[in-house]
Design a protein. Structure first.
Length: 227
């Protein structure tokens, strides 16, 4: 049985990913900051809920301790934050504490989780490390918007591209995926696609990952994205 660990799994894209993998019969380790409020997750079969804050090393270490000896075949780093208010993350105005928090959660959080769970990933025959990013983190995209969020995703992309060079030596595959503009609390009701459409595409992209496309940047639609 495939074991999939998903952070930020209590709503939006993360919740839909949990539903998708649970429906496939996978063992889903659904991680969220507040397990007591994860009512939709509790309704799913084959899902175990773990409370973790990806921006807190002690919390991530506690998760690793709880999962000691547990194989993780697929790690999906999905938890994230938009960062400061939009008018406080522009070229001329920045909430620096909020920017630091965005870096901690969006850039360092996925790294913190991946590094801490390396023993679990190494126990899998061909583990996959997948991180949900954004096209706003692409240096090829000139969108003067959400500077704190965009720069945190750009840093994340660079780290994961480099990490892929090392992980492949251990038989793992690593990639980042742009989920599209999704109708979530972050994306807003006017976004292009639903969490279901995004999650279905992400699951298909993950299924196609192997050593031949390691270190890649994808869209949810299965199209390679410019870095």
């Amino acid at each position: 049985m495939t074991t999939v660990l998903i952070t930020g799994a209590n709503r939006g894209i993360g919740l839909e990913l949990a539903k998708q993998y649970a429906a496939q019969g996978a063992n889903v380790l659904a991680c969220c900051r507040d397990a007591s409020s994860a009512h939709d997750l509790r309704a799913l079969q084959g899902v175990t809920i773990h409370e973790v804050a990806v921006g807190d090393s002690a919390s991530v270490n506690a998760l690793a301790a709880a999962l000691k000896g547990q194989v993780v075949d697929i790690l999906i780093n999905n938890a994230g934050t938009m960062g400061p208010a939009r008018d406080q993350q522009t070229f001329s105005q920045m909430d620096f504490e909020g920017w630091a928090d965005a870096f901690n959660i969006n850039s360092m959080g996925p790294v913190r989780v991946m590094q801490t769970l390396l023993p679990n990933l190494r126990a899998a025959p061909a583990a996959k490390v997948v991180t949900i990013t954004s096209q706003l983190g692409s240096l090829a995209a000139d969108m003067a918007f959400a500077y704190a969020y965009s720069s945190s995703k750009a840093a994340l992309n660079k780290f994961m591209k480099l990490a892929a060079l090392e992980l492949v030596k251990e038989g793992m595959t690593c990639c980042v995926i742009h989920p599209g503009w999704v109708q979530t609390d972050m994306g807003g009701k006017g976004a292009d696609i639903t969490p279901l459409v995004s999650a279905e595409g992400i699951v298909q992209v993950i299924a196609g990952l192997d050593a031949s496309n390691n270190g890649s940047f994808w869209t949810y639609a299965g199209v390679e994205h410019a870095w």
